[in-house]
Design a protein around this ligand. Structure first.
Ligand SMILES: Nc1ncnc2c1ncn2[C@@H]1O[C@H](COP(=O)(O)OP(=O)(O)OP(=O)(O)O)[C@@H](O)[C@H]1O
Ligand SMILES: [Mg+2]
Length: 219
């Protein structure tokens, strides 16, 4: 279980969350919805530890996570979290393979051979194997999105955060990503998706909105 309690987050003079509560169980797909600027990406950044919050507590599997400690947080992020960022955060001058392998460079869970094998398997499932040696800057938006998704899965993380993961996908790739999310759910992962895409509601267990700086379940 992942739990945020009494989280307050302010950017200089802009309040985003105040004493917000958020809970997800393994095997749940949770959506964050609501209009632009409401704090969806901020919440994913807080869960991933990329952004610090002002006050509150963050627990994962009953253990308090210390996002205020950069070193511990980076280790936790690398080990437990796969994050598909809204802007992909790929390295444009690196090849598809180099981008996919990035998380494995900071982790000793997999040796180089195993990592490359897994990368190839995922790339072929995602129909990207032909682009494996191509620089990311030469790819289309939808191809980049799929590279970002593969990179988030390479270390088999327990928590998958996805920020608008379907924006650039055609309907065939959209259906494929829905299958991937369902598989992650079946293997008891935590999946948190920020989205405006109503088509994703079909696979969601819980939908959250932001109201008055709190996260509320949309029923
Ligand atoms: N680094 C920052 N410094 C100051 N304000 C910020 C920063 N990042 C985000 N904000 C503000 O915080 C609010 C929440 O932003 P956030 O990116 O989390 O929204 P969002 O719900 O993801 O929006 P979108 O649907 O457009 O992606 C917005 O008002 C935004 O302007
Ligand atoms: Mg956003």
């Amino acid at each position: 279980m992942l739990t945020l309690k009494n989280i307050t987050k302010t950017y200089k003079d802009k309040k985003v969350f105040q004493n917000a509560k958020f809970e997800v169980e393994p095997g749940e797909i949770v959506l964050l919805t609501g209009k632009s600027g409401i704090g969806k990406s901020t919440l994913l950044d807080i869960i991933s530890g990329i952004k610090k919050y002002d006050s509150g507590t963050y627990y994962y599997q009953g253990i308090e996570i210390f996002p205020q400690n950069d070193e511990k947080m980076s280790a936790f992020r690398n080990q437990a979290i796969g994050y598909i960022l809204q802007d992909f955060a790929l390295i444009e001058d690196y090849t598809v393979m180099e981008n996919i392998l990035l998380p494995t460079l900071y982790n000793n869970k997999m040796d180089k051979k195993m990592a490359e094998k897994k990368a190839r398997e995922l790339a072929s499932r995602f129909d990207l194997i032909g682009l494996f040696g191509k620089k990311v800057k030469k790819l289309s938006g939808g191809q980049k999105q799929r590279v970002a998704i593969i990179r988030s899965l390479i270390l088999d993380p327990q928590i998958i955060l996805a920020d608008e993961p379907t924006t650039n996908l055609d309907s065939e790739n959209f259906e494929f990503i829905m299958e991937i999310f369902k598989e992650l759910k079946e293997s008891r992962k935590i999946v948190i998706i920020a989205t405006h895409d109503y088509r994703i509601h079909e696979i969601a267990d819980v939908v959250y909105q932001v109201e008055n700086y709190k996260l509320v379940k949309d029923v």
